[in-house]
Write a protein that binds this ligand. Structure first.
Ligand code: ACO
Ligand code: V55
Length: 277
């Protein structure tokens, strides 16, 4: 018997350093139920220390990325029940959707293959990178169901989206496609659905080629500075840089300097080195 926490509402496949993590309730368009949320939380915790996982790709089974929170199991079933139980269900959702994902130890990519509604914006936006199918449909649809974008959907929108655009989509519930999502900065890029997996795989593989400690420290630093003053940020970034030298087992800083200054044979993304050695 496998002791993996995933396997029912969440599937995980390992593929050369990539862990493909799939929300797996296709018949419910991967709506996030309390059971799914508990499984995702355990899955993220397990993958954080799993050596087969160097980067996470979060996606959805079937036609949907995720149709948001499960209106039946997450809201209706808990609305009139004990407050303590409801808070526990909400907290589990929040814990994986943004607390864990925002500063996850490994790079995270949301691969938005289809429908992305309401509560699905939280994990999508909490991933470091989001790549959508041009054909995907996005909607901040809460207003249609007499609720507001909670679960920190409004907060993530205030970070990733322009103020006027965010308010417009929050108040109108109007949908937009993957191309528009890229234009709005809601996703990093969008590609035709036929190329989505291949493109996502290429991005994931390019991240895996970088020094993982440097990538991690850069990402985490970026996420935290947002809410700091300039002075705090400068001080924190300086400390974070020093920390990187200490915690990097590859000693990438010394290696990086040597590659550029002494060996002169490394030009990431720029082709052949042209200067005289
Ligand atoms: N909560 C609960 N059940 C859902 C949800 C949801 N968010 N989304 C889809 N489902 C269920 C449907 O009730 C249906 O269940 P059934 O087969 O038992 O009747 C099943 O998934 C398939 O849904 P359909 O509507 O039949 O699928 P279709 O492909 O036609 O449409 C779509 C997909 C557009 C995603 C549609 O299901 C939809 O609009 N869902 C709601 C999207 C939404 O607004 N989500 C935000 C919720 S609010 C929040 O997240 C905080
Ligand atoms: C919403 C989402 C939630 C939640 C409460 O967007 C409301 C609606 C993502 O979790 O806990």
């Amino acid at each position: 018997m496998s002791s993996d926490p995933w396997g029912k509402n969440v599937l995980v496949e390992f593929d050369e350093g990539i862990a493909w993590v799939t929300l797996n309730r296709p018949e419910k368009r991967n709506a996030m139920s309390p059971d799914l949320n508990s499984e995702m939380l355990l899955t993220l915790d397990a993958l954080e220390t799993d050596e087969r996982c160097g980067v996470i790709v979060l996606t959805g089974a079937g036609e949907a990325f995720s149709a948001g929170m499960d209106l039946r199991e997450y809201f209706r079933a808990t609305d009139d029940g004990p407050q303590a139980k409801r808070m526990q269900v909400y907290r589990t959702a929040a814990t994986w959707q943004w607390r864990r994902l925002l500063t996850y130890f490994k790079p995270t990519i949301a691969m938005v293959n289809g429908w992305c509604f309401g509560g699905a914006f939280t994990p999508m936006a909490a991933c470091d990178i989001a790549i959508a199918a041009d054909e995907a449909t996005f909607g901040v649809s809460e207003v249609n169901w007499g609720i507001i974008p909670g679960g920190n959907v409004s907060k993530v929108l205030s970070v990733i989206m322009n103020y006027r655009k965010a308010l417009y989509y929050i108040m109108s519930g109007e949908t937009f496609d993957g191309k528009k999502a890229a234009e709005l900065g809601v996703v990093t890029e969008s590609v035709p659905k036929a190329q989505l997996r291949e493109r996502t795989r290429a991005v994931a593989q390019s991240l895996l080629k970088k020094n993982p400690t440097a990538v991690r420290q850069a990402k985490i630093a970026f996420k935290y500075v947002d809410e700091m003053s300039w002075d705090e940020s400068a001080e924190y970034l300086s400390a974070k840089s020093d920390q990187l030298r200490v915690v990097d087992p590859e000693k990438g800083r010394a290696e990086g300097m040597k590659k550029f200054l002494d060996d002169k044979e490394y030009r990431p993304g720029l082709g052949e080195y042209k200067r005289d050695k």
